[in-house]
Design a protein around this ligand. Structure first.
Ligand code: ATP
Ligand code: MG
Length: 453
């Protein structure tokens, strides 16, 4: 196992000073899996003041986590967190320990960690410390709590979402006893800060096992997004669907490219369906306007989870339009490009594609997928031709219109420009200076005549 220079050096220095020191947690898990660890956390038998003394005058230090036993050392290749072996005291708020105890043996430090695969420690040239069978669970691709799962989840309910998140990220299954406890403890998720829920959901959605984890974890997710609860078992009463609303949603997420906006949009795309649902005379279900209502619901849910605006904006649009037909015509492509821009339009196509794949396997669905691919192809060709889609792209601007004596300065100029742009997007005019000025003259003459009559 190869450690980067910084953490390796820190381990050696601590060992030289007579302490134990190991890389621990996520970085051990990831390197055993052959994945690049996102950061290297170290643990040591040295107390915080002893850690600080060892590196005094050698590495810059940050004391932000001192109360919990963590010293951050600023090694040349990046910061490394070094934490004293620690045992958690009692949990009363179902989220954080009331107290922590420093200076316990390594095994106790590993015992406080959430899952067996996260409870291993290693140091260069030494055997891996793995008292809870983490390595075996990695081989079995299993998420399993260290200790009694119900106790561990009721100590800290965030662990419930972490279990789902790791299952999705690593594409692992959750051990049955752990899953059972996660379900039983799910109501405790009410104690977890909304932004932490969002972070875990965000990682879950990006994972390669997201579809499967959502399909199995509906009961749990309903505790953080109540609309998931009513989607479970909701019969869409349609020959186009062979799954209930929640299973359709999970399948759609699982089908989609791992693009953040796309996956969030698919999670939320149909959650308003039960509010708009009606069954026609033939017994077929319809949910008109569910995109409109759904986009408001998506925004509320994301705001509630304190999601960033740069996610909320695109997701709202993707949900809003996920059910709109995309006609394979240049004019329609230009309209969509003007509305969403090229990147978000690609995302919309992906949302629609994954949504369709999660429908019943019928010729009608196949036909719509093929049509969507044609639309995508056409859209890419149109984008390459660098079409005029925004006021800034136009061959005339407000000053041109004023100088030519067509418009007076003021809102009338902006209105004229937008009208000209729409003529270009609709394919009724070229983005050509002379043509546009002539057209503007014509429009303004028509307006005058109308005023006179
Ligand atoms: P990531 O790749 O997302 O960073 P990670 O496993 O490193 O995954 P962190 O949140 O960085 O996750 O936590 C580092 C380690 O601390 C974990 O591997 C685990 O051993 C322990 N840990 C983190 N959060 C908890 C928790 N809520 N309960 C118990 N142990 C935890
Ligand atoms: Mg980490």
């Amino acid at each position: 196992m190869k450690l980067p220079k910084g953490p390796e050096q820190i381990i050696f220095e601590l060992q030289k000073a007579g302490y134990e020191a190991f890389a621990v947690g996520g970085c051990v898990r990831d390197s055993l899996l052959g994945r690049e660890p996102s950061d290297w956390d170290l643990c040591t038998s040295a107390l915080p003041m002893q850690i600080k003394a060892v590196f005094e005058g050698r590495l810059r230090q940050r004391d932000t986590g001192l109360a919990h036993g963590t010293v951050t050392l600023l090694a040349p290749d990046g910061p490394v967190e070094v934490t004293t072996y620690r045992k958690d005291g009692k949990y009363t708020d179902h989220r954080r320990p009331d107290t922590v105890m420093l200076g316990v043996p390594l095994k106790e430090d590993l015992a406080r960690r959430d899952f067996t695969i996260n409870a291993m420690a290693m140091a260069p040239g030494e055997t891996i410390r793995d008292p809870f069978g983490g390595k075996q669970d990695l081989e079995k691709r299993l998420i399993r709590c260290v200790g009694d799962p119900e106790q561990r989840f009721s100590e800290d309910a965030l662990r419930i979402l972490r279990a789902l998140r790791f299952a999705s990220q690593l594409d692992f299954t959750i051990d049955p006893a752990t899953m059972k406890a996660a379900r039983a403890c799910a109501p405790l998720l009410a104690n977890v800060a909304r932004e932490r829920v969002f972070q875990e959901m965000d990682k879950l959605l990006k994972g390669s096992g997201a579809g499967r984890v959502l399909a199995e974890g509906g009961d749990i997710l309903a505790q953080v997004i109540p609309q998931v609860g009513r989607a479970q078992g909701f019969d869409l009463k349609s020959p186009m669907h062979d799954r209930d609303l929640w299973q359709h949603t999970a399948a759609a997420v699982g089908q989609a490219a791992a693009v953040r906006e796309v996956r969030w949009a698919l999670l939320l795309h149909d959650l308003a369906k039960p509010d708009c649902f009606a069954v026609d005379k033939k017994g077929v279900g319809h949910a008109p306007e569910h995109g409109q209502l759904g986009s408001q619901m998506a925004e509320e849910i994301l705001r509630g989870l304190r999601a960033p605006n740069r996610l909320i904006g695109p997701v709202r649009l993707l949900v809003r339009y996920h059910d709109f037909p995309l006609a394979v015509k240049e004019q329609s492509v230009r309209r969509w490009l003007a509305r969403l821009g090229p990147d978000l339009l690609e995302d919309l196509v992906e949302v629609k594609r994954a949504d369709l794949w999660a429908h019943a396997n019928r010729p009608e669905v196949k036909r719509r997928i093929a049509q969507l691919e044609e639309f995508q192809h056409l859209a890419r060709t149109v984008v390459e031709s660098n079409p005029c889609l925004r006021l800034e792209d136009m061959a005339v601007n407000g000053r041109d219109l004023i100088r030519a004596g067509i418009c007076r300065p003021g809102p009338v100029t902006g209105r004229m420009l937008r009208r000209l742009l729409s003529e270009v997007i609709e394919g009724r005019a070229e983005n050509d200076r002379r043509q546009l000025l002539a057209l503007a003259k014509k429009f303004s003459r028509e307006a005058e005549e109308q005023n006179r009559s």
